[in-house]
Design a protein around this ligand. Structure first.
Ligand code: 13P
Ligand code: ZN
Ligand code: NA
Length: 283
C-alpha cells in the first residue's frame, strides 16, 4: 500500500539523511523511479503537481503508484506537490493518496495558515501527512510563476509559529533555491536554515533542488532537510536522450525503442540523487 511521509521523514530526521521526492508524469517515469529506488533500497516519494495529475489522469496515476507499492518492498509515497486548495486535494485523498503539499505561500501569513489548517484537519483525520510552504521560491513550477527577485525567504520566528498553529507534518523552506535551473550560481542561506532548525522540530523540505550542487544539498541535509525535491533535471536528462535518439534515427516511431535512452538517462541521474540524499540501504 502507499505510505504517508510521516515515518519516512521521521526516520530520515533521526538518521541524518533525506528522502528524495522525484516528480513523475507517466508509467515510464514512475517505473524508472521505483525500480531504481528498489535496487538501491531507498524509500521514495513520487511527486505529482496538479498539472501532472490532470495530464496522467488521477485514477490512472494513483493506480500505477499503488501497483508499484505492491510490487516493491520499499516504502513508496505518492505525494501531491504544490496543490493549492482543499477542493483539489480532497478527491485525491479519497482515492488513496497519503501525502500532500498545500501551497498557500503566495497568500499572506494569516491566509496561508487558514488554508493549511483546513487541509491538515481533513488529512490528519485520514492518516494523511501534510507539507506546507512559508516564504516563496523563485522560478516556475507549472503554472505558478514567481519573479526571482520577489522570492521571499522563510522567516525563522514565523516558521515556528506557522508549524505550531497549522499542525503540519513538514515545512518547505525558502532559503534561496528556485524551481527549474539557475541563470546564475544559486546562493543558499545556510544560516537562515540553521536558525529555522534551531526554533522548530518538524522535518524540513528543500524545493527546487535541480541545479543545486551535491555539496550544497548535503549541507542542507546536515542542517535539517529531510526531503529533497527534484523535477527539472530529470525532465532534461530524459528528453535530451530522446531528442538524440530521434536525431540519430529520424524514422523511429516505436515508443518501446525511443523511450529507452530517456529512461536509462533518468535512472542514472536518480542513482546520483539517491546517493546525494544518503537514502540508499535505509530499508
Ligand atoms: P526543480 O525543478 O528545481 O528540481 O524543483 C522541484 C520542486 O521543487 C518540485 O516541487
Ligand atoms: Zn517545489
Ligand atoms: Na532548481
Amino acid at each position: 500500500a502507499l505510505y504517508s511521509t510521516r515515518q519516512m521523514l521521521l526516520d530520515a530526521q533521526a538518521n541524518q539523511y533525506a528522502v528524495p521526492a522525484f516528480n513523475i508524469h507517466n508509467l515510464e517515469t514512475v517505473r524508472v523511479v521505483v525500480e531504481t529506488a528498489a535496487e538501491m533500497r531507498s524509500p521514495i516519494i513520487l511527486a505529482g503537481t496538479p498539472g501532472t495529475i490532470s495530464y496522467a489522469g488521477a485514477r490512472y496515476l494513483v493506480a500505477i503508484a499503488q501497483t508499484a507499492s505492491e510490487i516493491h518492498d520499499i516504502p513508496i509515497a505518492l505525494h501531491l506537490d504544490h496543490h493549492e486548495s482543499l477542493g483539489a486535494i480532497k478527491p485525491l485523498i479519497d482515492m488513496g493518496v497519503k501525502s500532500v503539499m498545500i501551497d498557500g505561500s503566495h497568500h499572506d501569513f494569516e491566509e496561508n495558515i487558514r488554508i493549511v489548517r483546513e487541509v491538515v484537519q481533513y488529512a490528519h483525520a485520514r492518516d494523511v501527512t501534510v507539507e506546507a510552504e512559508l516564504g516563496r521560491l523563485g522560478g516556475q513550477e507549472d503554472d505558478l510563476i514567481v519573479d526571482e527577485k520577489d522570492a521571499l525567504y522563510t522567516n525563522p520566528a514565523q516558521a515556528a509559529e506557522f508549524i505550531e498553529r497549522t499542525g503540519i507534518d513538514s515545512l518547505a523552506v525558502a532559503i534561496g533555491t528556485a524551481h527549474g535551473m539557475y541563470k546564475s550560481e544559486p546562493k543558499l542561506d545556510f544560516e537562515r536554515l540553521a536558525e529555522i532548525r534551531n526554533v522548530t522540530t518538524a522535518p524540513l523540505v528543500l524545493h527546487g533542488a535541480s541545479g543545486i550542487s551535491t555539496p550544497d544539498v548535503r549541507r542542507t541535509i546536515e542542517l535539517g532537510v529531510t526531503k529533497v525535491n527534484v523535477a527539472t533535471e530529470l525532465k532534461i536528462a530524459f528528453s535530451d536522450k530522446v531528442k538524440e535518439y530521434f536525431l540519430a534515427n529520424p524514422e523511429a516511431n516505436d515508443p518501446r525503442k525511443y523511450m529507452e535512452p530517456g529512461k536509462d538517462a533518468m535512472a542514472a541521474l536518480i542513482r546520483e540523487k539517491i546517493d546525494m540524499c544518503g537514502s540508499s540501504n535505509r530499508v
